[in-house]
Design a protein around this ligand. Structure first.
Ligand SMILES: *[C@@H]1O[C@H](CO)[C@@H](O)[C@H](O)[C@H]1NC(C)=O
Ligand SMILES: *[C@@H]1O[C@H](CO)[C@@H](O)[C@H](O)[C@H]1NC(C)=O
Ligand SMILES: *[C@@H]1O[C@H](CO)[C@@H](O)[C@H](O)[C@H]1NC(C)=O
Ligand SMILES: *[C@@H]1O[C@H](CO)[C@@H](O)[C@H](O)[C@H]1NC(C)=O
Ligand SMILES: *[C@@H]1O[C@H](CO)[C@@H](O)[C@H](O)[C@H]1NC(C)=O
Ligand SMILES: *[C@@H]1O[C@H](CO)[C@@H](O)[C@H](O)[C@H]1NC(C)=O
Ligand SMILES: *[C@@H]1O[C@H](CO)[C@@H](O)[C@H](O)[C@H]1NC(C)=O
Ligand SMILES: *[C@@H]1O[C@H](CO)[C@@H](O)[C@H](O)[C@H]1NC(C)=O
Ligand SMILES: *[C@@H]1O[C@H](CO)[C@@H](O)[C@H](O)[C@H]1NC(C)=O
Length: 890
């Protein structure tokens, strides 16, 4: 029986011969020779008569390459050149095609050692937002071909190459062939080709266009011990919808032993895969009067798949599965057996096997996609590596600078667009108005000119526009927009070029029109005013800041992000003997922070904190030096400034400004004595720390991830102004178990972003998570982890408590009820959004700052007994985590 089994294997295709006679209609074919240069080139490929052209019009990225000359004679011309994608995780080809049309899409890959590395790569292919298949190149000259039959629900198609490891994806040719949409029908999903074979007596040639007018690729399967073949010279009527090639139908295989059942077998590795099979038959023998060819087809020994069948004379019949087939062990065994009346053995001409993949059509709203494409073209943003494929989907490959909403069964929508420092020039494009769900827009630090468009006023959901740092922009605010600013439904940040420091302070241009209350701003001004008095008296400050704020006709001017020289202008490098002197031989320990012990010191009459770094924690001197140089340039009023450093022999030290009032944790716990921080203090500390963190994320080049945001890293100066400490050492000082041991705070693990922990993929959003935990501490004054609580982790505990809808049960009882309930709800919702397990759903720090400003405003309003004024400015960040916890009535 075994000898009658015919095994079909997945073939790796090597082109050998191919015949083509008459040129036929290539209507609708798209045939790209990837990496072909110059990009206007087109040519008629000699063996197929298919016209190939360069792929340059269909992708924005990638490098062109050529396979090793020695391999050229083995493969067709369209495989000589290739395009590789060393940069970016996902790179895409995009096509504008006919919606609802069915396409055969084929990618071909010949490595040919184009990069000289002898390292055949592995990577994935995606259609739009879903994975199509994995590619693993093994041999230098292997030709890998992948096909999918796919219906486009929209008029656009994206074929993407996605990195899966270190190797670089590449593609040699990409071909699209429209198919009749009544062919290859599935219940659902698209069809990935497993194999497509035709039975041949001796030919080993692959059949393609133009024998096959749809340019399907047919692999030959020649007869073996158990089979024989029959063929005809007569014309076979191939006129069914599958449009089979004549050459394929002219030859059929038959089993040598006519009476024995004939098994066609193959194995699909994925045992959960769904499969579709198409078999093509035609009677090509002249049957005598007494001859009958009739057979049944059964599948895996079950009920007949096709009860009895007589192939029609010289005319094609296609038998296929109307529903998907499965096999629990992955084996597919089709048995063709003569029926009792039959005098002739079964026959078959061709066989196609496919597996199903679900190509999700959930993509970004198509108007928003075309708006984003226009924006990309208008501002020449093709160099943005991640701006490939669908803007929002899949979430993993979302375009940099975008945030999207992902409703369950509808298209994704863009909710924020950040084009900070993206080299935009010209006027602000009206394409932005098509992003109707946009709530935040950041166009800061570009070279935009012209006027602020009035259409912003019509974008109802827009809450934040940042236009600062565009020196050529006419900052006249249109009336309609000003109205929205006035009613506080929109925050508009204007401002001036931040690179050069302003020459004269009086020329400082307006910066912020805050949706938060004037009262809040007032409070800030008072604090600043006090500060300037203090500063004036002392005559010296360790604080670096921008120009002071002032008010002009209702629009507030405030700091810009210019970096003023700090106190240590000359050489900030300090010797070890000087350190000894400064600290009076390490007389007074201030505490133990990450990476080392901190001592009190005096430098030029100013107090400083000297952090001696444990030498073992540094990865290397060079990295240390580079980071310190970087940190010395970071100045922000809410970041603890680095004023100098020491790298004297084995002694590494960092010298920071002194923060007289210790850290936030101590102050909350009452360890430092004194009064418990008031709600107002807490809101201000929160907003200040948030501003510091926001600056690390958005104001620094390169952006910095703090990695260790926690209450012990928020330090308070003598005026209870908050500053964030211990940032920037992330790269040369990995934060790992060792560092946590040296940290006195037991809570650090509780601050760790679970997604970062799981994926090891660090982003600003990890800091947002930690900051959310800090916010919860500020509100509740509870330990981050407490095993004796109903829920040990503070996030879960707050969520648990809030299911009862009672905010009072979580707010720090030491406040004795002296806080604003709306503000408390707001900050807790914000905190829960920050600690969302999925980093994509966490807000940005820009957003956090904005929301916290409103909390400060609410608190101030309460203090002035003037609450209703703020009701309309209240903004809820509609993130799932907040609603998951479903806070009850407020
Ligand atoms: C390609 O087409 C041309 C023009 O129609 C024809 O003369 C030539 O024979 C064809 N070549 C092949 C290989 O089919
Ligand atoms: C690329 O697009 C341009 C403009 O649409 C067109 O003129 C050109 O012929 C195209 N080139 C190729 C190789 O398709
Ligand atoms: C079939 O394909 C045509 C284009 O060839 C398309 O216009 C039509 O909508 C498709 N029909 C269905 C039912 O998808
Ligand atoms: C052909 O198959 C039949 C049924 O399986 C078997 O009895 C017979 O021996 C086979 N003949 C040959 C020549 O193998
Ligand atoms: C196996 O097939 C199932 C069903 O199509 C699919 O969900 C799954 O991803 C496949 N697994 C692999 C490893 O391809
Ligand atoms: C295939 O199915 C036939 C009929 O059920 C059975 O006799 C044969 O052993 C099967 N072959 C394999 C390899 O499972
Ligand atoms: C043989 O063919 C006749 C006439 O078509 C039919 O009635 C009979 O059931 C068939 N027998 C078998 C075993 O298929
Ligand atoms: C924008 O910058 C590009 C490249 O520097 C330049 O070619 C173009 O003319 C500029 N456009 C405007 C409107 O200034
Ligand atoms: C800015 O725009 C306003 C309103 O269109 C206009 O009146 C004003 O002259 C412009 N200013 C400059 C400097 O172009």
């Amino acid at each position: 029986m075994k000898s009658h089994d015919l095994f079909l294997l997945l073939l790796i295709v090597a082109f050998t011969v191919s015949i083509s006679v008459e040129a036929q209609n290539q209507a609708g074919f798209i045939s790209l020779d990837c990496g072909l240069v110059p990009k206007e080139t087109t040519y008629l490929e000699a063996t197929s008569n298919i016209t190939y052209k360069s792929d340059a019009n269909y992708t924005d990225s990638g490098l062109v390459g050529k396979i090793n000359d020695a391999h050229k004679k083995l493969v067709h011309q369209q495989l000589w050149a290739l395009r590789s994608f060393p940069e970016g995780e996902r790179n895409c080809y995009k096509f504008n095609l006919v919606a609802n049309r069915k396409y055969l899409i084929r990618g071909t890959f010949v490595y040919g050692n184009y990069d000289g590395l002898n390292q055949p790569p592995s990577f994935d292919l995606h259609i739009g937002t879903s994975k199509w298949t994995s590619i693993k190149i093994v041999g230098e000259t292997d030709t890998i071909m992948r096909e999918i039959i796919h219906v486009l629900t929209q008029g656009r198609l994206q074929v993407c190459l996605v990195k899966t490891g270190r190797t670089t994806p590449f593609i040699s040719s990409l071909e699209l062939r429209p198919l009749k949409n009544s062919t290859y029908v599935t219940e659902s999903g698209s069809l990935v080709l497993y194999n497509r074979v035709y039975f041949s007596s001796d030919s080993t040639s692959i059949i393609r266009y133009d024998e096959d007018i749809n340019d399907r690729v047919w692999n030959p399967l020649t007869e073996d011990d158990s089979t024989a073949s029959i063929s005809t010279d007569q014309y076979v009527n191939t006129n069914n919808i599958y449009e089979m090639p004549q050459v394929v139908m002219k030859t059929a295989a038959i089993p040598k032993n006519a009476s024995a059942p004939w098994n066609l077998l193959w194995t699909i590795d994925n045992t959960t895969a769904l499969s579709y099979v198409f078999m093509h038959f035609a009677e090509i023998q002249d049957l005598k009067a007494n001859e009958i060819r009739e057979f049944s087809i059964t599948y895996n020994g079950g009920q007949p798949w096709y009860g009895w069948f007589r192939p029609a004379k010289l005319s094609i019949t296609t038998i296929y599965s109307q529903t998907a087939l499965t096999s629990s062990n992955g084996e597919y065994n089709f048995t063709l057996a003569m029926t009792g009346n039959s005098t002739l053995p079964p026959l078959i001409q061709a066989l196609e096997i496919y597996t199903v993949v679900d190509i999700l059509q959930l993509q970004t709203d198509k108007d928003e996609v075309s708006a984003m494409m226009n924006i990309k073209i208008t501002y020449g943003l093709s160099k943005k590596i991640s701006w490939q494929g669908d803007p929002c989907a899949p979430q993993l490959y979302r375009w940099e600078g975008l945030n999207c909403s992902y409703p369950d069964s509808e298209a994704s929508r863009i909710i924020s667009l950040n084009l900070n420092a993206s080299g935009l020039n010209g006027t602000i494009t009206s394409d932005i108005i098509k992003l109707t769900q946009l709530s935040e827009l950041d166009l800061s630090n570009n070279d935009l000119s012209g006027e602020i468009p009035a259409f912003f006023a019509d974008m109802k959901l827009l809450k934040l526009i940042n236009l600062s740092g565009n020196p050529k922009l006419n900052l006249t605010v249109p009336d309609s927009l000003q109205q929205r600013v006035n009613i506080k439904s929109l925050t508009l940040i204007l401002g001036q070029n931040m690179n050069p420091t302003p020459k004269k302070e009086s020329k400082t241009v307006l910066v912020v029109a805050v949706a938060a209350s004037m009262a809040g701003v007032f409070a800030l001004l008072v604090i600043l005013a006090i500060f300037f008095v203090v500063r004036g008296k002392k005559g010296k400050s360790t604080d670096a800041r921008g120009p002071p704020p002032s008010i002009t006709s209702g629009i507030v001017k405030s700091e810009t992000r210019s970096s003023n020289p700090s106190i240590m202008t000359k050489d900030r490098r300090i010797t070890y003997p000087e350190i000894l002197k400064m600290t009076n031989n390490f007389e007074r320990v201030l505490g133990k922070g990450g990476f080392g012990t901190v001592y009190h010191g005096n430098l030029d009459d100013a107090q400083v904190a000297v952090k001696m770094l444990s030498h073992s924690s540094a990865q290397g001197y060079k990295e240390f030096k580079a980071e310190v140089e970087l940190l010395l340039r970071v100045h922000h009023r809410h970041l603890v400034g680095l004023t100098g450093y020491c790298d004297d022999g084995d002694n590494l030290a960092l010298i920071y400004e002194y923060m007289a009032n210790g850290d936030l944790r101590e102050n909350m716990s009452g360890k430092r004595g004194g009064n418990v921080l008031t709600w107002e203090n807490r809101m201000e500390i929160a907003v200040e720390a948030a501003q510091g963190l926001e600056y690390l994320h958005n104001g620094c080049t390169p952006p910095m991830v703090h990695r260790d945001v926690k209450t012990t890293n928020i330090l308070l100066n003598d005026r209870c102004g908050a500053k964030l400490a211990d940032f920037g050492l992330s790269r040369s000082f990995p934060i790992d178990g060792e560092c946590h041991v040296s940290t006195v705070v037991a809570g650090t693990p509780g601050y760790l972003d679970p997604e970062y922990y799981r994926t090891n993929w660090l982003s600003e959003k990890s800091d947002v998570y930690s900051f959310g935990v800090v916010l919860l501490e500020i509100v509740t004054n509870q330990p981050v982890i407490d095993k004796t609580r109903e829920r040990p982790h503070i996030n879960e505990w707050v969520g648990f408590k809030l299911t009862k809808g009672d905010i009072k049960s979580i707010v720090d009882p030491k406040l004795m009820g002296d806080y604003d309930t709306n503000g408390a709800w707001k900050i807790v919702e914000l905190a829960l959004a920050c600690v969302n397990p999925s980093s994509n759903r966490r807000p940005t720090m820009t957003h956090v700052v904005m929301e916290l400003n409103e909390c400060v405003a609410l608190e101030n309003a309460r203090r002035q007994g003037n609450e209703e004024m703020y009701s309309m400015g209240s903004v809820d960040y509609s993130l799932s985590s907040a609603s998951e916890f479903a806070p009850g009535a407020r």
